[in-house]
Design a protein around this ligand. Structure first.
Ligand code: PEP
Length: 257
């Protein structure tokens, strides 16, 4: 982490905690925020729990994110949710281009680009996910792949007047228990920051780059200590207030030190 940027710890609940348990977990996250004043906490419940979680977090520093968004603002798109609806439900952030959406729902560069535009146009802060597969890493293509994904959204992100974030999530590390080595994560994060700097040095300096992929209390210190890792996007370990709180506490401690 770097003192210039406030750490951002975001929990992606995926398809978990859509009802009462989501309301309870959100309340647990509000308690965590009492002990982590120097960390931005964000939770991304499923759609069905968004409004209730937003209500539960109202007046606290915990911000709500959606896990997905539709690029159009309204229309005949059965089953879809637009940016303005997410804002109405109490969202401040939205995850865009998560590898599960790229992999299972065919989200290509254009779709991720359009969703990022739709978010920013409505005042929703995007967390744009990028990352390589195991095959791509083993073929030595990590930086090439990640650069392509970053460059596809860079003009939109760089001209945004609201904060944006990028999450580097090696696909092979998501939900597998195998996190990236801190030095490998730092190499990619530093490269991303350089690509951002090509648009604007100031933009690169202020934009938070999160690490995601089996981030948990046991490896949080080594990953969050990296100079260009400004926080985390956390799946499995965000489903429980204790483990999510433990990661946020590490971020708080590293900020203070
Ligand atoms: C994620 O889904 O964004 C993620 C990083 O999951 P996990 O922490 O479970 O690997």
């Amino acid at each position: 982490m770097n003192a210039k940027r406030r750490p951002l710890i975001a929990g992606n609940w995926k398809m978990h905690h859509g009802g009462m348990s989501g309301i309870e977990l959100a309340a647990g996250c509000v308690k965590i925020s009492n002990h982590t004043p120097h960390v931005d906490l964000v939770i991304a419940p499923p759609y069905t729990a968004l409004a209730a979680a937003a209500h539960g977090c109202d007046g606290s520093p915990v911000a709500i994110a959606a896990q997905n968004i539709h690029a159009k603002d309204s229309g005949a798109y059965t089953g879809e949710i637009s940016a303005s609806m997410l804002v109405e439900a109490g969202c401040k952030w939205v995850i865009v281009g998560h590898s599960e959406r790229r992999q299972y729902y065919g989200e290509n560069f254009q779709i991720v680009h359009d969703k990022t535009c739709a978010a920013i146009d409505s005042g929703l802060r995007p967390i744009v996910c990028v990352g390589e597969t195991l095959e791509e890493r083993e073929a030595g293509k990590t930086l090439e792949i990640v650069k392509r994904e970053v460059v596809a959204v860079l003009p939109v992100l760089a001209k945004s007047t609201i904060p944006v974030a990028i999450a580097y999530e090696p696909v092979w590390a998501i939900g597998t228990g195998k996190n990236a080595q801190p030095s490998d994560a730092e190499e990619v994060h530093a490269a991303i920051r350089n690509w951002l700097a090509a648009a604007s040095e100031e933009f690169a300096e202020r934009t938070r780059i999160l690490y995601g992929g089996s981030l948990k209390p046991e490896n949080a210190e080594s990953l969050l200590s990296c100079a260009n890792v400004d926080g985390g996007l956390i799946g499995g370990a965000s489903l429980d207030a204790k483990s999510f709180g433990a990661i946020a506490t590490v971020a708080e401690r590293l900020t203070a030190s």
